[in-house]
Ligand binder design. Structure first.
Ligand code: DWN
Length: 402
């Protein structure tokens, strides 16, 4: 099949089987059929981008009640406040305009709004747009595409910065995204976006980063090639230690010289053969082994009579639960802070999601840490559990219990 980004041939290297939509939490009594997508990871022979074989139904994935909120992590809230400060520092025109694609609950734009800078958040999740507006953010329910970009430019003028976090990799049709970027961006402006990094997924074997919403798994090599296809240049790249390892890409089309970091990261990716079938097939074999080890540890903990619960019903956990065949028999409950998920069951595996117990005595003996990308924040929060001898089952960067 052709690459969705450049049309060249793609090759499959991983098949996680039929998986439900990662954030399709549902009522326990909902017996309607669950949409399932065959999660197959491909690599493109042309632009090198890693992508899913087929996209999920966007309108079912990013609906009005989309349950993920950026502010569910204090660490991420701080990250986006710092990001806003970085963006503001880069503004040069007298009356700048900042656009965020996938603005979610307005965590990043709230800091821009506080400075009185013209801005617009665009997000298809109406519930999150309402939250953003309640924080004083100018946000609208919409998809970002060429038409939205044209309307936005007509209304506000060109954007100095177009920013997106964990959004561009969620959009299979990059052509309409780049047509929109081309239309909306001021000639001397920049596009800055960040998302899960292929290099970290391979290094950590964090296979749970692969799910319907993450249509692409970007790298500097792939983003540079995709940018060039659309008249942009990758002019900076920065590694971020958030969400399990991400890259932040800066694109421009004003002929500015790229940072040396771009060539450095691309050379590293080339040296590690990150886009080679040989390397990707090693990753696929490690995923199979990781599944077996995680199941073994969980079954053993269950057999020992110790009470086990999941920690954070992340989107990523849907892949772990369904690919590893973990259901309520092995994991009776997952605790999560998101009200929109509490009282529902997980996609496919149908494990109840509950608020964290207020009575510490109801805490389990062991947590299966689905929120591994927030480990520091979570361990600091759960000092009492740890001091009481509570154990953690982890599966990234390897399977261990302790
Ligand atoms: O790319 C995406 C990332 C940015 O966010 C989206 N496609 C969907 C989402 O992925 P995720 O759900 O895996 O994100 P997190 O931030 O790894 O997990 C969020 C979930 O974890 C929320 O339901 C809240 C929960 N959580 C918790 O219960 N206790 C999170 C923290 C930090 C906690 O202490």
């Amino acid at each position: 099949m052709p690459c969705r980004s450049c049309g060249a041939e793609v090759t499959q290297f991983l098949d996680l089987g039929l998986q439900p939509l990662a954030n399709a939490f549902r009522r326990a009594d909902d017996t309607s059929a669950e949409f399932r997508l065959r999660l197959r990871s491909m690599v493109c022979d042309g632009c090198k981008v890693v992508q899913l074989a087929e996209p999920g139904p966007a309108e079912r994935m990013f609906h009005a009640g989309y349950p993920f909120r950026t502010s569910s992590s204090a660490r991420m809230s701080a990250h986006f406040t710092a990001t806003a400060e970085r963006l503001v520092a880069g503004l040069t025109t007298p009356d700048p305009f900042v656009v965020e694609i996938g603005s979610n609950d307005g965590t990043m734009l709230a800091a821009i709004a506080d400075r009185g800078i013209r801005h617009l958040g665009i997000d298809p999740a109406a519930s999150m747009v309402r939250e953003a507006i309640s924080r004083g953010v100018n946000a609208r329910v919409d998809w970002f595409d060429a038409a939205t970009a044209a309307r936005t430019r007509n209304e506000f003028g060109p954007a100095d910065i177009i920013y997106a976090a964990n959004t561009i990799c969620h959009i299979p049709d990059l052509h309409t995204v780049f047509k929109g970027l081309e239309t909306l961006l001021y000639d001397g402006g920049v596009v800055i976006f960040e998302g899960p990094y292929l290099g970290d997924v391979l290094r950590l074997v964090s296979f749970d980063q692969i799910y319907d919403e993450h249509f692409y798994l970007f790298s500097a090599t792939a983003v540079a090639r995709i940018a060039n296809l659309h008249g942009f240049a990758l002019v900076d790249v920065e590694h971020l230690d958030v969400h399990g390892g991400e890259l932040r890409y800066t694109l421009a089309r004003d002929g500015r010289a790229p940072s040396p970091d771009v060539a450095t990261v691309i050379a590293t990716e080339d040296r590690e053969g990150q886009h080679s079938l040989a390397r990707l097939e090693v990753f696929a074999a490690e995923v199979v082994a990781r599944r077996a080890r995680l199941r073994d540890v969980l079954v053993e903990e269950h057999r020992s009579g110790r009470r086990v619960a999941g920690y954070a019903a992340t989107g990523k956990s849907t892949t772990v639960l369904n690919y590893c065949g973990i259901g309520p028999d092995l994991l009776p409950v997952i605790y999560d802070t998101t009200p929109e998920k509490q009282g529902l069951v997980t996609p496919g595996s149908h494990i109840p999601v509950e608020p964290f117990p207020t009575d510490f005595g109801a805490y389990p003996d062991t947590f299966l840490l689905f929120g591994w990308n927030h480990t520091d924040e979570i361990l600091a929060k759960e000092r009492k559990f740890i001091d009481r001898g509570g154990r953690w089952i982890r599966y990234v960067p390897d399977v261990r219990i302790g």
